[in-house]
Design a protein around this ligand. Structure first.
Ligand code: BGC
Length: 753
């Protein structure tokens, strides 16, 4: 093409882009016009219905949460909900995962009443927890849980996983996913630690961004996309005791610098809905916190989607939080604070009382209109008015081989090798193995909670075509090379003596330690130590003198300090999902070179729960005084090859104004195997008016290098990357010395005004 031709081509592209963005713009405006018209014709009762979300059981036959019953719509109950109370949203699954046929049957009935029998024909917005894949649809692709996903440090892989989840949720006729969790995993005791992307706000933001891109794509009306729901806005994970829904003390400065960050990024990326934290911060339940919901989320971040409560959280304002004497008062407090939709979800008193409150002027009509506008906006943007669900047959890729490969890759890249004494791993396929432990022959501890059921504890729903570690091991090295003995359950001895006896005839012992799946209150623990029964079991096995390898299927970093010296190798598996069994065995035998890195700091002691970004005062004169001591640090993870870092260079020694500082570093695969490495860039503010952390993650890249191969990796840093929140709760930067740290190398530069 000549010069003129190429100029014309560029002009054409620019014109096309501006027309298409204009089109998107107009369609957003069109949506607002449609909402104006609809709102103008709605009664208070209809508006209150839009703000009401009920659980599926409410419109189904039989008792609530009966896992023996078949989920069938009760037409009379459905009519009551949709025609009498004008309910706009339904959630959940009853008690167990349903087939796609079930889902289509249910949703079809619901949407038929909504879009044909109601006066205004507003579709229902159906929501579900599909938090590691479409976990409430039989046959779906069940990915590693978020914590494991974060351990991949591979956002593009996680975006693909998100896209598969969106596809399979939509293939279940559902357009709204209560995911991702963007809470920070900084309290290792926290009951829902495994649902987070780990402890660091930068990593969590990056993984959150990838997931949202996967879920929502560029246009959520695409039949393969779903609306995301950011949870649990915000600070939920920071409870003092680590128990679910217990008090949180957080100064706003910390809230903004750490906990808000991933939500802010996600809102910037167009996330459509937000679920509010069920807990209290500084004595105020977040559900009645106007500052957090309205001022920060809606005004400051300009969030134009809607905020839904968590389960029964308005009623809990009276029953648990005790900030309101009556349900009616609680509703007024929550809605006036900025709640748009209530996950009621077991009754319609909410709806009736909301109507009364608006009629009495205790909730302004403008507030109700704003809430309904936000909800309708999401319904329009999802395209539900045009088509509330798409043909079941059009989702041909549901549960496909292609999706399985992505899932396997995610599990394989998550697994984190923490110890490899004397390089005994990978294991030789010709040797005999004793395989034992609570996670050795079950998919249940590999998937964790939110798997087929809420707590994920029903093995009867586990798919037959997915391999446990035991099955994968037999496939890998032949059944005659594997002796399997259960050993223990999560907390009880089963047959230690038998395991010890069998160990005499093998070369290695692989013990799959496990945490009993659980979430929310069921995930609470008093003690971070791994259950005594499993620790005693390892001690008994160690007496045999055979090399022991731990595989750890844990929800959180359960303490293993006492038994760690007994292991020759340790593989952190997190909750690796349905392909976890295969991936674990592939790593143990070297068919996959491990590349996962810890997304949290693995503690050594029960009462020394630091994060990697601790303050200097926490580690004064190491060796002389007690300081920070991790079992395994944040970002660590071994490989079967080695990487060397050289030539750290900064493009300038002084960073001014809006300039860019380019950091470059050379990484060489100095071992003899191809492998992936996560290059992590940290910065340290040497002196600041608010005590600085010893380091903060500001960039990472996962690269693949063949044996002997080198690559130069670059990062860009800007002034804003060096900012922090000051005592006035404002983001600021202060001129002065900063250090860039990558691996063991570091270099200083000066930030000037
Ligand atoms: C959980 C949420 C979940 C909701 C709906 C709540 O109890 O805290 O994470 O999305 O239930 O199932």
């Amino acid at each position: 093409m000549n010069k003129l031709g190429s100029h014309l081509a560029i002009l054409f592209v620019l014109l096309f882009l501006s027309i298409s963005s204009l089109k998107a713009q107009t369609s957003k405006e069109e949506i607002e016009k449609k909402i104006d018209a609809l709102l103008a014709s709605m009664t208070i009762e209809e508006k209150a219905g839009q703000m009401t979300q009920l659980t599926l059981d409410y419109v189904c036959q039989g008792k609530f949460f009966d896992d023996k019953k078949e989920m069938k719509i009760d037409p009379a109950k459905l009519d009551t909900a949709l025609l009498k109370y004008h309910v706009g949203s339904i959630l959940n699954t009853g008690s167990y995962a349903l087939t796609r046929d079930n889902w289509y049957e249910l949703i079809q009935k619901i949407q038929t009443v909504a879009t044909q029998k109601t006066r205004l024909k507003i579709p229902v917005l159906y929501g579900i927890d599909a938090i590691h894949g479409a976990n409430y649809t039989v046959g779906a692709t069940l990915f590693p849980q978020e914590l494991a996903q974060a351990a991949t440090w591979n956002p593009s892989l996680i975006e693909q996983a998100g896209a598969v989840t969106a596809y399979e949720v939509r293939a279940s006729a559902i357009p709204w996913n209560f995911s991702p969790v963007l809470d920070l995993g900084r309290q290792p005791l926290w009951a829902r630690f495994f649902e987070t992307f780990g402890e660091d706000p930068y990593l969590v933001s990056a993984m959150g961004e990838a997931t949202i891109k996967g879920y929502q794509g560029k246009d959520i009306s695409n039949p393969e996309k779903v609306a995301a729901c950011l949870k649990h806005y915000m600070g939920y994970s920071a409870s003092y005791s680590g128990k679910d829904r217990t008090p949180i003390l957080l100064p706003e400065r910390i809230l903004r610098e750490y906990y808000l960050l991933p939500f802010a990024k996600a809102v910037e990326n167009g996330a459509m809905t937000v679920m509010v934290n069920s807990g209290e911060i500084n004595g105020k339940p977040v559900h009645i916190d106007y500052h957090i919901i309205t001022e920060i989320l809606k005004q400051e971040l300009k969030f134009d989607g809607f905020a839904v409560t968590d389960w029964e959280d308005i009623i809990f304002l009276t029953k648990r939080h005790r900030v309101a004497a009556t349900y009616k008062e609680a509703i007024a407090l929550a809605i006036n604070a900025g709640i748009d939709m209530s996950m009621v979800p077991l009754e319609v008193d909410f709806t009736k009382l909301l109507i009364e409150l608006v009629k009495e002027g205790k909730i302004p009509t403008s507030r109700m209109d704003d809430a309904v506008r936000r909800i309708l906006r999401v319904k329009y943007r999802l395209g539900l008015f045009k088509q509330p669900y798409y043909e079941k047959a059009s989702y041909k890729k549901f549960g496909s081989e292609e999706f399985k490969q992505i899932n396997f890759q995610a599990a394989a890249e998550a697994l984190t090798l923490l110890k490899n004494k004397d390089g005994l791993l990978p294991l030789a396929k010709s040797k005999k193995v004793l395989l034992t432990g609570a996670a050795a022959n079950s998919l249940t501890p590999l998937n964790g909670a939110w798997t087929h059921t809420w707590q994920g504890l029903e093995p009867k729903y586990n798919p037959k075509d997915k391999q446990t570690v035991y099955q994968a091991l037999q496939t890998k090295i032949g059944a005659d090379h594997v002796v399997y003995v259960e050993g223990t359950t999560y907390d009880k001895d089963v047959n230690t003596a038998e395991a010890v006896k069998q160990a005499a005839n093998v070369d290695y012992i692989i013990v799959c330690l496990a945490e009993k799946p659980g979430t929310e209150k069921d995930g609470d623990i008093h003690d971070l130590n791994l259950d005594r029964a499993q620790q005693d079991f390892v001690k008994a096995l160690s007496k045999t003198g055979k090399p022991i390898f731990f595989v750890m299927a844990f929800d959180r970093p359960r303490l293993i300090t006492e038994i760690e010296p007994l292991a020759s190798g340790i593989l952190m598996a997190y909750l690796p999902g349905n392909e976890g069994g295969r991936a674990i065995v592939d790593v143990l035998y070297g068919d996959v070179n491990p590349s996962g890195k810890l997304p949290f700091s693995y503690p050594k002691y029960p009462n020394a729960l630091n994060t990697y970004d601790y303050k200097s005062t926490e580690d004064v004169s190491p060796g002389q005084y007690l300081g920070v001591d991790f079992l395994y640090p944040f970002g660590s993870g071994l490989s079967y090859t080695s990487f060397s870092y050289t030539d750290l260079q900064l493009s300038t020694e002084q960073l001014k104004g809006n300039d860019t500082l380019t950091v470059s570093i050379k990484i060489t695969n100095s071992g003899s195997k191809e492998g992936k490495e996560v290059v992590q860039l940290y910065t340290r503010d040497e002196f600041a008016s608010i005590t600085p952390s010893v380091k903060r993650l500001k960039g990472f890249q996962k690269i693949n290098l063949k044996a002997g191969e080198s690559r130069v990796v670059q990062f860009k840093l800007h002034r804003k990357d060096l900012s922090f929140v000051d005592s006035n709760n404002q983001w600021i930067t202060e001129p002065g010395d900063f250090t860039v740290l990558i691996d063991k190398l570091s270099k200083q530069f000066l930030l000037v005004d």
